[in-house]
Design a protein around this ligand. Structure first.
Ligand code: ABU
Length: 417
């Protein structure tokens, strides 16, 4: 019986967040020792300042010279902050007057490949999930901008009020990047808030090699989600959300609780960050990131990104070199490698819908064998019209090319009937 899955083992390829950065781990231990709360400067001064410095650096990397940011408990909540800020920005009266302040039905748009948390904003905030409109994506999982525009026009003509577009930079399953510039042009034309959910793909902002083809235009967004606990390898959890407008986060969320956020304190009360978030107590997620960044440097993160991309390219090349055993489903844009394993009995069969159906049925069985053997872990899921397929993630700094060789050989061993 296994009681703990070793998510930092180099043969764990199951999740978007994995690995164990030792410096970040040391930061987490010290954080627990300090055991303080991030809502006011008076009880967490140095950590609040670290947050300010690191988040400002992240905004600079996005391409903004000002703005505001916050660390949130996970990418889903970061996306929720973006949604709330967009609605507040368009309808500031909503905060006091509530739902009936808005005459008409708000609608938001996101691609059918985006993270489910975007749709969840519609449910949590009273829009209803029917008003989170799914925009079709192409075969690589990228939003089709002309479809977005068509849907915006259609909803406007029905009298609905479009206000928010989510553009994903690194989709959960395929790791696809929506075309930011084209989507930003549409948002500008219809005066809509543009959010970029770069929870997964944000780390590639460090890479001079990969940023231009994946994330160009991100500086045009109104808000950006970026999770260091994913590609950057910071210990869970560490999620950030950034706003171009310096005031929107505070204006949207402040409740001015006067037992905590008194305005006549000794110091600059803008450092009492607790008054711009929807939680009260806030965990210290910054120290482990600050320490890791100090140790690695910005260049270290760039090297880490380039190395993960090179390993992913290595795996794609290996898969393509064994077309009898493996079928690559999409040409990946990042570290998500989607594929089927082809057992011996199907190798001579033409690649028809019948074969695809059988390949999909094999996936959970093979995953079960992996778990029983305890030698390897790869995630799987269906997507759109595709039945189950493997989604292999390379985001652990401990992975080497030998581990990719092992993965492919081990799958082949486990796949013997
Ligand atoms: N927040 C999305 C994470 C999903 C995954 O790791 O597979």
């Amino acid at each position: 019986m296994v009681y703990l899955t070793k998510a930092s083992h180099p043969h764990f390829f199951n999740q978007l967040s994995c690995g164990l950065d030792l410096v970040s781990m040391a930061g987490e231990w010290l954080t627990a020792t300090a055991n303080t709360n991030m809502f006011t400067y008076e009880i967490a001064p140095v950590f609040i300042l670290m947050e300010s410095v690191v988040l400002s650096k992240m905004r600079e990397i996005i391409g903004w010279d000002s703005g505001d940011s916050i660390l949130a408990p996970g990418g889903s909540i970061s996306n929720l902050y973006a949604f709330l800020s967009a609605r507040h920005s368009m309808f500031p009266g909503y905060k006091e007057k509530g739902l009936h302040f808005i005459k008409g039905q708000l609608v938001m748009f996101t691609s059918c490949e985006s993270h489910y948390s975007v749709k969840s904003c519609a449910s949590v905030c009273g829009l209803g999930t029917d008003h989170c409109i799914e925009v079709p994506a192409d075969s690589r999982g990228k939003m089709i901008p002309s479809e977005l525009e068509k849907l915006i026009v259609e909803h406007k003509s029905k009298g609905n009020i479009p206000f928010f577009v989510n553009c994903t930079a690194g989709t959960t399953v395929f790791g696809a990047f929506d075309p930011i510039h084209e989507i930003a042009d549409i948002c500008k034309k219809y005066k809509l808030w543009l959010h970029v959910d770069a929870a997964w793909g944000g780390g590639l902002l460090f890479s001079r090699k990969y940023r231009p083809t994946r994330l160009d235009g991100i500086e045009r967004a109104d808000s950006v989600t970026w999770n260091p606990h994913k590609l950057m390898g910071t210990l869970l959890q560490c999620s950030t959300v950034h706003f171009k407008d310096k005031m929107v986060l505070t204006s949207c969320n402040t409740m001015s609780a006067d037992y905590l956020f008194m305005q006549d304190k000794l110091y600059d009360v803008r450092y009492d960050t607790g008054d711009k978030v929807i939680q009260c107590g806030r965990h210290n997620d910054i120290f482990k990131l600050w320490l890791q960044w100090r140790a690695k440097g910005t260049e270290g993160f760039e090297q880490h990104m380039d190395r993960l991309m090179e390993l992913s390219e290595y795996m794609v090349k290996k898969i393509k070199s064994m077309p009898d055993k493996y079928y690559l489903i999409v040409e990946p844009e990042m570290m998500n490698i989607s594929f089927w394993y082809i057992p011996k009995r199907l190798r001579m069969m033409p690649h028809t819908s019948e074969r695809i159906k059988i390949l999909g049925e094999i996936v959970p069985k093979l995953k079960g064998r992996m778990m029983e053997a305890g030698t390897l872990m790869i995630g799987y899921q269906p997507q759109g019209n595709l039945p189950n397929f493997f989604r292999n993630i390379i985001s652990n700094a401990a992975v080497r090319s030998e581990d990719i060789d092992f993965l492919l050989a081990e799958l082949d061993r486990l796949g013997q009937d």
